[in-house]
Design a protein around this ligand. Structure first.
Ligand SMILES: Nc1ncnc2c1ncn2[C@@H]1O[C@H](COP(=O)(O)OP(=O)(O)O)[C@@H](O)[C@H]1O
Ligand SMILES: [Mg+2]
Length: 350
């Protein structure tokens, strides 16, 4: 059961409308006016429409949607870089709209760290100085900041690169610095807006591994934005899908894959193809069970999942040469499709 204290960030009835006189537009949107109509008839842009999300503490909440669906607008409300047209953002029980300037500054420095798509590093500062930057603006003494951030440089696999400048690093390494800087602040909330989207696919997967490895230890509340389904399924404990500023679906990766809410979501899902490649043997548990349908160890996950969904969705027995060698669940297969085994997160470049 979810208790209130499990909820770290609660977004309530949030509306954002861009334009000269946005407030009166809320009623129109509430009345069912579409984004296109609002723009055409009233010259206002619908950014967010009645968004309600409870983000659980210590989990990764993914916000997914196509470009222009409102993802950045949404995440920027959490640390109030954007003022809502209507609604509330409650963090640890406190409405960020009630925060004074000072409280807000403190909130951004100590409680919610941002990791940017373009890395946001200072070009004329070294890796060490960049990583220490968040601590410096928290008011830490320079040497103390460098000392404390060293741990995070090591942790993201950049030991030995302390005195390099950002331009001397690859994109993936620059983003490791961005991550180290955010982590060094000790903030409980990480806001990541397409943080890995600028990276090449392999490097991107690497960074996902780094993040997942760190998260196993750190249990931060991470709000992670992406327009990429594979990434969303891999990273997210929970996923929210946005379209035209509205929430289309909320759920676990499993919920999304098994029950896409509409064609927009199905469209995202249809490109998953690892299920065709992976075999049941790669995801089975060697624990044998006594009941359940029998599936050959070499059956592709896609096919096995179909069989199990048609049947009773219960765990199946995995057989090899007519012998039961283990068991497999739908859950395990979905995890494998979405989230292959990940590493320790301290992969080094040397
Ligand atoms: N400052 C702004 N003024 C007008 N429209 C904006 C502004 N910021 C964002 N928008 C519009 O709001 C919608 C959501 O944008 P955004 O949150 O950036 O989407 P995403 O991050 O999902 O690509 C888009 O239609 C965008 O054009
Ligand atoms: Mg964006």
């Amino acid at each position: 059961m979810v208790t209130v204290s499990d909820i770290k960030v609660s977004i309530k009835n949030l509306y954002k409308i861009f334009g000269a006189d946005p407030k009166p537009m809320v009623a129109k949107v509430e009345g069912g006016m579409s984004k296109a109509e609002l723009l055409e008839k009233h010259g206002h842009v619908l950014g967010l429409k009645d968004v309600n999300i409870d983000i659980k503490a210590r989990e990764i909440q993914v916000i997914m949607g196509l470009s222009g669906s409102g993802k950045s607008t949404l995440i920027r409300h959490i640390n109030r870089l954007i003022e809502p047209t209507a609604g509330e953002i409650v963090v640890d029980g406190q409405n960020v709209l009630d925060m004074s300037e000072d409280e807000l500054l403190e909130f951004r420095r100590f409680r919610a760290s941002m990791v940017f798509q373009k890395f946001g590093l200072l070009p004329h500062r070294t890796v060490a100085q960049n990583a220490a930057y968040g601590l410096t603006i928290q008011g830490s003494d320079k040497n103390e900041a460098l000392e404390r951030s060293q741990r995070w440089i090591d942790r993201v696999g950049l030991s030995g690169f302390e005195n390099h400048y950002p331009a001397q690093l690859s994109g993936g390494m620059q983003q490791r610095v961005g991550l180290a800087r955010a982590l060094a602040t000790d903030a409980e909330i990480l806001l990541m807006d397409e943080a890995f989207s600028a990276l090449d696919p392999l490097i991107r997967t690497d960074m996902q591994d780094v993040l997942l490895g760190l998260q196993e230890e750190l249990h931060k509340t991470i709000i992670f934005i992406t327009h990429d389904l594979d990434e969303a399924l891999r990273i997210g404990d929970n996923i929210v899908i946005l379209r035209d500023g509205a929430v289309i679906q909320k759920g676990s990766p499993q919920d999304i894959v098994l029950n896409p809410a509409d064609d927009y979501v199905s469209d995202f899902i249809k490109d998953i193809n690892r299920a065709r490649v992976l075999e049941v043997g790669s995801v089975m548990d060697t624990k044998a069970i006594k009941t359940g349908i029998k599936i050959d160890v070499e059956t592709p996950i896609e096919e096995a999942m179909q069989l199990m969904l048609e049947k009773d969705k219960k765990p199946a027995r995995v057989v090899k040469d007519d012998k039961v060698v283990g068991s497999v669940t739908i859950d395990a297969m979905i995890k494998a499709i979405a989230r292959p085994k990940h590493g320790s997160g301290n992969k080094n470049y040397k």
